[in-house]
Design a protein around this ligand. Sequence first.
Ligand SMILES: Nc1ncnc2c1ncn2[C@@H]1O[C@H](COP(=O)(O)OP(=O)(O)O)[C@@H](O)[C@H]1O
Ligand SMILES: [Mg+2]
Length: 508
Amino acid sequence: MADEATRVMADETALHLRRISKQYEGVTVLRDIELEIAAGQVHALLGGNGAGKSTVVKIMSGVIPPDPGGSMSLWGKQISLPVSKAYENGLAVIHQDLGLLDNMTVLENMGVSSHYGARILGRISMRSERRLCEELLAEMHLDVSPDQLVSTLSPAVRAGIAIARARRVMREYSDKYLFVLDEPTAYLDARESEAVMRLMRKVADSGCAVMFISHHLKEVMDTADHISVLRDGRVADSFPAGAGDKNRIITAMLGRELVEPYPEVRPIAGGATRLDVRGLSGQVVRDVSFEVRAGEILGFAGLVGMGHEELPYLVAGSGAATQGTISVDGTDISSMSIRERVSAGIALVPGNRQRDGVWPDGTAEENVVLTATVAGRRKSLNRRGERRSAATLLARFGVKPPDPARLAIQYSGGNQQKIVLAKWLSMGPRIVVLDEPTQGVDVGAKFDVLSEIAATAAAGGAVLMSSGDYEQLAAMCHRVLVLRHGRVVAELHGRSLSETTIAAAVHG
Ligand SMILES: Nc1ncnc2c1ncn2[C@@H]1O[C@H](COP(=O)(O)OP(=O)(O)O)[C@@H](O)[C@H]1O
Ligand SMILES: [Mg+2]
């Protein structure tokens, strides 16, 4: 596409929201939101879980109507509210699942775009279709062939394909676009996240604009030009990235300063071996052996597909091990079912992306109490007592709001994660297996959740923690094992354990 058309006008405004408010059944979720995004800008929208970020995105894209009274303009043009056909006016939302068809090629995906592709396809021959596809890939600096299957591509490249596809559709209507990405890196490892950030930079530099939501403050500081922070449905702060640091963001998010980002982790006081894993293999994991002592927090790191994300499920029994033995306090549990392992004291907190940790149609109370009762580790209390203890538990884990009667599905992803953690950690498990325990959890609640994990270890539990957050692993773990191609390639502990040494070992 001609550079003329996409050249940035210095003071051009991609988006301007004024006095946007939203109530759900009388509860105010957004109050007088004011947001301005300039062409060429990467704008980060931050805020704690439940602050209202996704609600802003849904209003901008027309999924839900705002309350009357506000206004919105895109690329200088007033948009009537509620928004309809946002993409015709230069706004595209790239959803977290990207909406790509895995078993089709890049070229096929470029043509197939759910609601608006067909019209265009009818007019364009396959040859020019391919040329257009190549052109778009080149524009995005994506080094892939149009014939490659989407399923073979890395997450970051897939995000690039999703953006290229949106660009392709939108150029029919407009030559400038605002791309909106709601937590695009939530489920990606560090390297993939960096690639997505670079991609967003390129998109903005080409004269478009990008708004993204993230809980990773480091990537925000590294990439965003401008930062807006929501708290309780208001814009609590908004500033050019150069004008503030992590602390300014956290203060705006929490309404107070966060003195210590991580809880104190107690040294292992000569604990006995709780978990003994010998020669464990699964789909990716190859012949892995390790011990975890009572009171110990053992971390696992690696790039996507290297095995660290499979290990928790092999130990808990929801992933099938092909070889090896697993013993808990000297008892071999290798041939036990998941349920039997739960009774043996193993608690698995699956990663957010697994989506099987929470019972969406159950209330928060049912979600935190049920498994505990099923596992027979807690006698069913009287109803009122139960509700009260559920409320206390929810508050302890920073669930917002801590309302036992609210359906789990009504909570944001980050709060659902806290509910699942509350459920399992409150059982006083002997072994806790965590996959990305704080994925999607905001900085304030992260501290609460990590404190509970530290307390579980301090009470004699053995904790396994798989994560792509190296800073968190370094701060929380006594030891970290790094996996590559399914095997342990490094064991870091004591002075050799830091964010940097983990990153170095992971990247080889
Ligand atoms: N359909 C809905 N009905 C009632 N409340 C909702 C609904 N959707 C979201 N909320 C509430 O609105 C608030 C903001 O939610 P959301 O925008 O998803 O937050 P964020 O994306 O910042 O985590 C939360 O308190 C959430 O529970
Ligand atoms: Mg959200």
